[in-house]
Every structure is written in structure tokens, then in C-alpha cells.
Design a protein around this ligand. Structure first.
Ligand code: 8YV
Length: 314
């Protein structure tokens, strides 16, 4: 490996495709395995997945830091304000994962409404011999509320439209480029719909946006799907609502303290749980890796990066 290869630190789990690409073009250090203190002074970029946590104190360890490349669309774990103050470029991987995240949202909708995982267990256990499976909930034509109408929210709406769902949404401001009904608050949206899908960025601005009041408004016939960040939903309030059947059920891909999923949640039979896998297809993780790598290479070549986070766009 050439001494001229820039040095970088991988700060959290990244797809294997990205690891391979990085190893060809960079000298790669692992966050927890830097033994030589000189390394800190040479590192020019940090690389991590969507769940990477990089605060100002961590950035301060690297005096030559120029860039943070996130292999994920969400970058709520990165202190972008602190990065900007030091002129550090932050990039992420939007768009290439829209389809997969929307597909999984629909998968969770169908799974909770039609109880597909429970039906699978029922069939495997030969419970069918004792009688038919319980009746489930029709998805086609039901009312869907989407919290966050960004790129992924729109991809979810497009798929839900094929199920003739009656679609409305909430976001900070109404959008002029979509025709779905806008409802100003999550509580008002929850009161109107049968299914609520959360796909808004994480971070301080959306922490516990879906709280006990919203869940109460969703009501005993309502289902909640979260493919955003665990932080957006008040997890304790959700567990209580599920235990008391104050809502009908939930489909969750994200949690507050991943990979720890509370035992109370795992015990419930009105939830379908997946392990933060919405973007986890070979095709999409390859595309995300390619984009994260491209951003790094462009930056190191002194060219504008392809997908800076909005705050770092000039
Ligand atoms: C993965 C994600 O967590 O894109 C995001 O924001 O949450 C996911 O795609 C991750 O980034 C995969 O490395």
C-alpha cells in the first residue's frame, strides 16, 4: 500500500462492499484499534454507517480531519454544526435506498395487518390442524398517514397508492409537489388514519415526536410502523400502548438503543420486529457503498463531493 494513500478511520459498522473499496484506496484504521497516537494527526476522513455517532469531542481528536462520509441517508449521530465550524465536509447516501426502505415499510404494513409472521408460526406449528387462523385486517383501501413526506415518504405513498390507500401526511410544512392531504400535527394525523408510517429524520428536532398523545389518537384500531429512527417514537409509551392494546399493533425496524430491543417489546404478539434492515439488500448496500466511496474519492481529488448533507451544500 502506498504511503500516499490518505488515512481514514472507520467509526462504525459499514457494508463489506465499502470495506473492500476503502482498503483499495485508503489506509484504513478501525475506531477502537488505533494504537499509534501519531495516526490521529494523519487522519483526513471518518467513515461510518447511518448509525455512526461522531460528536465534536471525537472530531477534536483529529486535527487534520477534512471529511465525514456516512454510508446511510440518516446522519443524526453526526454533530454537523461542529463539523461545519471546522470546515469539515459531511456527506451521506440519499436516494439510492428509497425503494428498499419503502418496500420494507409496505412489508411491515402487510405483516402487521395480515399477521404474516404469526400465520407462518401457526402453519409451522401445525396449529392449523386444530382450526383455522384468526381473521386479520384488510390493507387495501385503508387510511394511511405518513409522518415525513421526503423522498422515502413519497416512495411509500407511491406504493400505498397501488393498494388504493387513502393517503395523508404530516411534515413541518405542507409540500407543494404532492397532492396527498396535509395534516398539521402527528396527533391530528393519527386521529384520522388506520395505519401510520414514520419516516422522518432522527435527531433532536424529532425526538419522541410520536408520543403517548399521538398513540392515544391512533387508537385501539390503529397500527404504527417505524422505519425512521428509534428516537422518533417514545419507546416506553409505545410499549405501554401495545401492552394495554391502546393501539392495535406495530411494525418496527428501528429502536432507541440498537441492537438492544427491550424484552417487553419482544414478548408482545401484536408487534412485528425487524433488525434495522430496511436498506439491507445486496443491491442497495452496494449502491450506498459506491456513493460513500465516490464522495471520499472526489473530496480527496479536490473535487466537489456528489452528495453533501443539506447543511454542507454551498
Ligand atoms: C443503515 C440507515 O443503518 O441509511 C440510513 O440512515 O439507517 C441504514 O441504511 C446503515 O446506514 C447501513 O450502513
Amino acid at each position: 500500500m502506498s504511503i500516499h494513500h490518505p488515512e481514514i478511520v472507520v467509526t462504525s459498522r459499514i457494508p463489506p462492499f465499502l470495506t473492500t473499496g476503502l482498503q483499495e484506496k485508503f489506509i484504513v484504521h478501525e475506531r477502537d484499534h488505533i494504537r499509534d497516537r501519531q495516526v490521529f494527526g494523519r487522519v483526513r476522513a471518518l467513515v461510518g454507517g447511518g448509525e455512526a455517532k461522531i460528536d465534536a469531542a471525537y472530531m477534536a481528536l483529529f486535527p487534520a480531519l477534512e471529511m465525514i462520509s456516512v454510508c446511510g441517508v440518516g446522519y443524526d449521530g453526526i454533530d454537523v454544526a461542529a463539523a461545519k465550524k471546522r470546515g469539515i465536509m459531511v456527506t451521506h447516501t440519499p436516494d439510492v435506498l428509497n425503494d428498499d426502505v419503502a418496500d420494507l415499510a409496505l412489508g411491515l404494513l402487510l405483516s402487521v395487518a395480515r399477521k404474516i409472521p404469526a400465520a407462518d408460526r401457526f402453519t409451522r406449528n401445525a396449529d392449523w390442524l386444530d382450526g383455522p387462523f384468526q381473521l386479520t385486517r384488510k390493507l387495501t383501501g385503508a387510511k394511511l398517514g405518513i409522518v415525513g413526506m421526503g423522498r422515502i415518504g413519497q416512495a411509500i405513498a407511491k406504493r400505498a397508492a397501488a393498494f388504493d390507500m387513502d393517503i395523508s401526511y404530516t411534515s413541518r410544512n405542507p409540500r407543494t409537489d404532492v397532492s396527498y392531504k396535509y395534516i398539521a400535527t402527528p396527533t391530528a394525523l393519527a386521529a384520522e388514519v388506520d395505519f401510520m408510517v414514520v419516516i422522518t429524520p432522527g435527531g433532536a428536532a424529532t425526538k419522541n415526536l410520536i408520543n403517548a398523545e399521538v398513540l392515544k389518537a391512533l387508537g385501539p384500531q390503529g397500527f404504527l410502523i417505524n422505519v425512521a429512527r428509534g428516537s422518533v417514537v417514545d419507546q416506553a409509551a409505545l410499549i405501554e400502548a401495545l401492552q394495554k392494546k391502546a393501539i392495535a399493533g406495530a411494525g418496527l425496524d428501528v429502536y432507541v438503543d440498537e441492537p438492544n430491543v427491550p424484552a417487553e417489546l419482544r414478548k408482545l404478539d401484536n408487534v412485528v420486529l425487524t433488525p434495522h434492515m430496511a436498506s439491507g439488500t445486496v443491491e442497495t448496500r452496494k449502491a450506498m457503498s459506491a456513493l460513500a466511496l465516490l464522495n471520499l474519492e472526489l473530496h480527496m481529488a479536490g473535487q466537489p463531493v456528489k452528495t453533501p448533507v443539506p447543511e454542507c451544500r454551498t
